[in-house]
Design a protein. Sequence first.
Length: 226
Amino acid sequence: MRKIDRTCVLMTVMLVASAAMLWAAVTPYSQDFEGLPIGDPNALANDGWNFYVNVAAPTPYGYGGPAPNGPQICAIAAGEGGPSQGAQQLSVYSDYNNADHGNGYLIETNVYQEQTIEAGDVGVTVDFTFDAKMGNLGGSSTALAFIKTLDPNNGYAQTNFVTQNTTNTPATWTTYNLQLPIDAGLVGQILQIGFSTTATNYEPCGVFYDNVNQPVPVELMSLSVE
């Protein structure tokens, strides 16, 4: 009887299994902002960052699009890092070009990455880790980080909102972690990870972020070949 090379077969099976699991998984994302050109106004947009602003006016409204690299909403910052943050970071703040600041309306600015949840993602836990450091946030302004899901088949209703309050994050870098298990009810919905600020009356609200990491846990398979 022909002898089978068990090592070769085992490696082949593991590679096929790994490829299948990766195909099914929410796409990982990792960014330390070091490689993004700080002078490029499209640097964040080209890396997949988006923004959306909600304004709590008498008639509420919103607007959004690809995230700018300044001068408003968000920008790549320099010189705010510690040993683990390097030379460049992400600063998230308000849209101070919005005149409704002067009307005293709350302006919520969201900066985020997004993707669509697929059937193969069921059972995966989204794990969102990041570093944060206090910027110039003051007055009544607030800030947070989030994992969010939105249902496009129900008027983009929010179905999950896992948050970390960063309003009082210290002036030294601190690491935070958020998690969200994906169940069958979330298939077809939009997954967002990102940061938000709410401000009015042109009050400062900047917070720095770095080492954004959303790995996808891959369940190790126990395989044997006889």
